[in-house]
Design a protein around this ligand. Sequence first.
Ligand code: NAD
Length: 287
Amino acid sequence: MEVEQVGVVGSGLMGAGIAQVAAANGFNVTLVDVDEARVRQAVEGMRRRLSRDVERERMSAEQADATLSRIATAGDAESLESMAGADVVIEAVVEDLGVKSAVFRRLGEVSKPDALLASNTSSLPLSDLAAASHRPERVVGLHFFNPPWALKLVEIVTTASTTPETLDDARAFCERLDRVLVQVKDTPGFIANRLLVPFIFDAIQLLDNGVATAEDIDMACKVGLNHTMGPLATADLIGLDTLQAIAESMFEEYGEARFKGPTLLRRLVSLGHLGRKTGRGFFRYGE
Ligand SMILES: NC(=O)c1ccc[n+]([C@@H]2O[C@H](COP(=O)([O-])OP(=O)(O)OC[C@H]3O[C@@H](n4cnc5c(N)ncnc54)[C@H](O)[C@@H]3O)[C@@H](O)[C@H]2O)c1
């Protein structure tokens, strides 16, 4: 499959980053969202990151300009129509099965018959999204990591309907994005979140039980376990609303208490303390 045009649906934390990676690797990208403000923020964020890369001499000013010039945007309810020309479409909307299924249903209608349709879901059943598209043989999970411009891993997720040709196309596309690939079946949380989520939840329980401060819990993991980031700062980076949605779907699928979102997580989400993106989660930002 020849890939020139990439569509990204959802321009939040992940969609914006995935669009940047695709454009930086030479693809023409159309980035869409139902919320026009999110599209604008995504492009501003890219501009900021690219100029920082130029300042630090990681890329030339020409490369940064060329990357931005490859990104087109649309920000309204009709924006999925603009996926009609895409060879690969990557869905990165909110972690909600109803919303994602509606996106895949529409993508099945509007995209090219042989387009590769991918979801960035962290935990929802890819098979349900594949079925919603009415062309399950062309659907894979491409689970990028946060932030996509810095973390190179992609978990490639297959369902029982994914054809070998689709898997080959997905691999070839990710290699052109300079990614490191692991392959995994459609299971909740795949590899990384299956391991990470219960670990983060234990850290939240330690905090909620008053065993240690947030700073000390993260310090123990950074200095004692040699982790780059502590589990509570990682939760803030993921977004506590996204983490809660991941927990709900993993708990529903596995039925095990270790995947149930802790009370403190739910309370913070109710209060709108969603982590870095709102300036406050387990830690405070930008003060
Ligand atoms: N945050 C992370 O660390 C992380 C890491 C890997 C994967 N993911 C997954 O990526 C996906 C997106 O997560 P995020 O952190 O970027 O969330 P986010 O909340 O930052 O962004 C989600 C975006 O989806 C948009 N959206 C909602 N409904 C839409 C629709 N019908 N059409 C188009 N856009 C729509 C919202 O307006 C919002 O801009 C989720 O499936 C999440 O599980 C997240």
